[in-house]
Design a protein around this ligand. Structure first.
Ligand SMILES: [Fe+2]
Length: 368
């Protein structure tokens, strides 16, 4: 039996439209726990499908009687699942490339901004949890922390009538391959990074206090070392704070990647000072991080919170320096897979032909 497949982009559109489909994830539970498609249903059918168990998925029904999209890690076992369901008369299709391909699926949300002059679009890699931004004002746009293919930003900018003038990075990333340099090349935009000797390509260096214009708006650079030595945050119109991996909505950045134990300890102290500087900003400052650890729903809701709420939810922000350093270094999550290779590519400003293997898996940048 030939099993029809559905591409990542087709599935993304269906979920964005709220189409009546059921996404059936057949991976082992441990893989699902790592990351999944928001709203998907899980049946741990992997082993049974592989060994040809005739009873597998015999009782499965789609939620609403509509199409079922089967998903596995790489798009092979999901074909077996779709075949079983089709044999029972269900309209089942298999996600081409599985979760590996889904890594690049994205959705957007508009961050509410007062007035009509500045707009912020948040672009989320729904599986991977990478969050990037397009800030538009007066026909010009700035991109922060580009983690998707350059055409995605170009397309969204055109939809809003913006031209991308500047591409900003908050730091040298370790969990995804940066698309900032490639985006700057295709859009002929300025490429601005916090000043660092880590990278080997040309860029415009930014330092604490620098102002980056966006149409009639402006972003101020705050040097906030700790997650990495060069990490910065960008404060737009004294109201919107793009925090990179320095501060998340319920957690803070990890200080240990690409660092010895001694360096991690020193960075943890720096991070404490940087975070104290951020929490001294007005409590209604809107925090816009570069990552989330949950799959991002197709609900158009921005991933953001006021500094007041972030402080309430993040106990590490309330600790004194000594306790902060001790706690953060004892709560470090497992190191992200392949981060050495990703950092090397980002320091060289290179993109691999196929980043899916390198970037597979959820984000592990945060310490709660
Ligand atoms: Fe990072």
């Amino acid at each position: 039996m030939t099993v029809p497949i559905i591409s990542r982009e087709e599935l993304r559109h269906l979920l964005e439209r709220g189409a009546p489909i059921t996404v059936l994830d057949v991976r082992p539970a441990a893989q699902r726990a790592e990351w999944c498609i928001p709203g998907s249903v899980h049946v741990d059918a992997y082993d049974a499908l592989r060994r040809g168990d005739p009873t597998v998925l015999a009782n499965f029904h789609s939620i609403n009687g509509g199409r079922v999209v089967t998903v596995c890690a790489a798009g092979k076992t999901s074909m077996l699942a779709a075949e079983r369901l089709r044999a029972r008369g269900l309209d089942a299709v298999s996600l081409e490339g599985g979760m590996r391909a889904w890594s690049l699926a994205w959705n957007t949300a508009v961050v509410p901004c007062p007035g009509n002059t500045t707009r912020i679009v948040q672009l989320r890699r729904t599986g991977k949890g990478c969050v990037s931004y397009l800030i538009g004002s007066g026909g010009d746009a700035v991109v922060v922390d580009a983690s998707l293919e350059p055409q995605v930003y170009q397309r969204v900018a055109v939809e809003h009538g913006w031209r991308i003038r500047t591409v900003l990075e908050t730091h040298v990333h370790a969990d995804h391959v940066s698309r900032a340099r490639a985006l700057a090349v295709v859009t002929e935009a300025r490429l601005c990074l916090p000043m660092t000797d880590r990278v080997s390509f040309a860029y415009e260096p930014l330092k604490d206090g620098d102002i980056v214009p966006v149409g009639s708006a402006s972003t101020r650079v705050l040097h906030t070392p700790g997650h990495t030595p060069e990490s910065v945050c960008y404060l737009l119109n004294d109201r919107f704070l793009f925090t990179g991996d320095t501060l998340f909505l319920t957690a803070v950045g990890r200080p240990d990647l690409e660092a010895s134990a001694e360096q991690a300890h020193r960075r943890a102290h720096l991070l404490h000072a940087s975070l104290q500087r951020l929490v001294a900003l007005p409590p209604d400052t809107v925090v816009l991080p570069a990552h989330t650890s949950e799959p991002v729903a197709f609900n158009g809701q921005a991933i953001s919170a006021t500094l007041r709420v972030v402080q309430e939810r993040t106990s590490l922000l309330r600790e004194n320096e000594e306790t902060f350093v001790r706690q953060i270094l004892t709560r470090l999550p497992p190191t992200p897979p392949k981060h050495h290779r990703i950092v090397a590519l980002n320091e060289a400003g290179m993109l691999p032909d196929d980043p899916t293997d390198l970037e597979a898996g959820a984000n592990r940048c945060a310490v709660a």
